[in-house]
Design a protein around this ligand. Structure first.
Ligand code: COA
Length: 383
């Protein structure tokens, strides 16, 4: 089969979107499995053996604030300034506000005065879909330098009374900078898909205008979550998408330097690696430290893999992911020459005066205050 890789042609030369900067922002407050067991019928042993998770972060600031710090660090890493950026993509499903979009909030604070800015929501795959869109806009010459962000503030939308979901998620952000390049690097090929027939198995009731119309206060959420079915679909989807991308490009499993997957559950990652025939040593893991940060998960893992020296110059990376929808994706990335930052940003979050448990207790208290709205979720008709 003839290898097929995505690139647009300019003046007879293929255009690509190199990843030239990377940065992350993890809020400092750590919520442990033991913390969760203080208010939920769960324990460290159950969470560790079923998910591989030990800790997750809870943010004391907004999603945009996390995103700004991650973006600034990524831009400095690329040796650029905010005004060099002409495209800002904000991947998230827990946006601080809908209008104006969150990307414009980042754009303003990084000083990217010439940029276009928009939000992407495909749940946990939002960063990966944003990476595809950003790469395409650079390949076609619409933009030359983009910042793509994955950011999530899941703690505000969590149903902290539901042990099925509350133990799985955390907050965080990470960003990459893309730059037009004639080198064959950046995203070389990807598969994007959505199992829309399964859109009901992961739904957060309480996020969106239909709930506001019912008088449900902000953050008063209930999760529809069929963990086992999501598990099955995730393993199938990420494996099939990965194999398809490899087959399409002619890149062999043996050539892959590292797999950096979405991290929703260690057992899902292990099952995907087994189906692909990739050993654990070539899979990069963050799930123990951060849990599932939805769209921030994959980019945070990517940044930490680079920082840990696990990404080789010119190496091949595979990034499979899935999320609500059920959206799924697999990106095959060829790294460029540089694996070290060109510069460092002084961007920092303000100090957090509270423990993660105190932050969660505050969110739980707000929810208790609005609890009478819970009955309004019953009998809703969904598409
Ligand atoms: C959620 C998940 C960890 C559950 O693991 P599992 O092995 O499938 O566990 P089960 O659903 O079979 O539940 C087993 C039991 O543990 C219980 N349980 C669920 N959460 C628990 C918790 N935090 N602590 C203790 N017990 C828990 C269940 O109630 C169930 O009890 P029952 O048998 O008495 O009904 C797993 O299905 C998963 O990771 N799914 C996908 C996650 C995901 O998609 N995340 C977001 C998408 S990006």
């Amino acid at each position: 089969m003839r290898a097929r890789r995505n690139a647009a042609c300019f003046g007879g030369r293929s255009m690509h979107a190199a990843i030239v900067g990377w940065g992350k922002c993890l809020p400092p407050a750590v919520l442990t499995n033991q913390d969760l067991a203080t208010f939920l019928p769960t324990d460290d042993e159950w969470i560790t053996t079923r998910t591989g998770m030990k800790e997750r972060r809870i943010s004391h600031v907004s999603g945009i604030e996390l995103a700004i710090v991650a973006a600034r660090r990524a831009i400095a890493c690329a040796g650029l300034r905010g005004e060099d950026i002409d495209l800002v993509i904000y991947g998230s499903c827990s946006n601080d506000e809908a209008v104006p979009n969150c990307a414009s909030g980042v754009q303003r604070r990084i000083g990217a005065v010439r940029a276009a800015a928009f939000d992407v929501n495909t749940a946990c795959t939002s960063f990966m879909y944003g990476l595809s869109i950003g790469t395409s806009l650079l390949r076609t010459g619409v933009a030359r330098t983009a910042v793509v962000i994955g950011v999530e503030l899941i703690s505000r939308y969590m149903d902290w009374n539901d042990r099925n979901v509350a133990v799985l998620f955390g907050d965080g952000a990470a960003a990459v900078v893309l730059q037009s390049s004639h080198e064959e690097c950046g995203v070389i090929a990807e598969k994007l898909q959505c199992y829309a027939d399964a859109r009901d198995i992961l739904r957060v009731r309480g996020m969106g205008t239909m709930y506001a119309n019912l008088g449900v206060p902000f953050g008063q959420t209930r999760w529809d979550f069929d963990g086992q079915e999501i598990f099955r679909r995730a393993v199938h989807g990420m494996s099939e998408a990965s194999l398809e991308v490899l087959a399409r490009t002619g890149v062999g499993l043996g050539e892959l330097g590292l797999v950096v997957p979405h991290q929703a559950n260690l057992r899902i990652i292990d099952a995907v690696a087994k189906r692909l025939g990739v050993e654990r040593e070539r899979v990069f893991l963050t799930v123990e430290k951060y849990g599932n940060m939805s769209s921030a998960t994959a980019p945070v893992a990517l940044v930490e893999a680079i920082e840990a020296g696990r990404v080789a110059p010119g190496g091949w990376l595979l990034m499979p992911a899935f999320g609500g929808g059920l959206t799924l994706s697999a990106h095959l990335i060829r790294w460029g020459d540089r694996v070290t930052p060109l510069g460092e940003s002084d961007a920092e979050l303000p100090p957090c005066p509270k423990s993660a448990l105190e932050l969660v207790e505050e969110i739980r208290a707000q929810k208790r205050a609005g609890e009478e709205s819970a009955g309004r979720f019953a009998g809703l008709e969904f598409v």
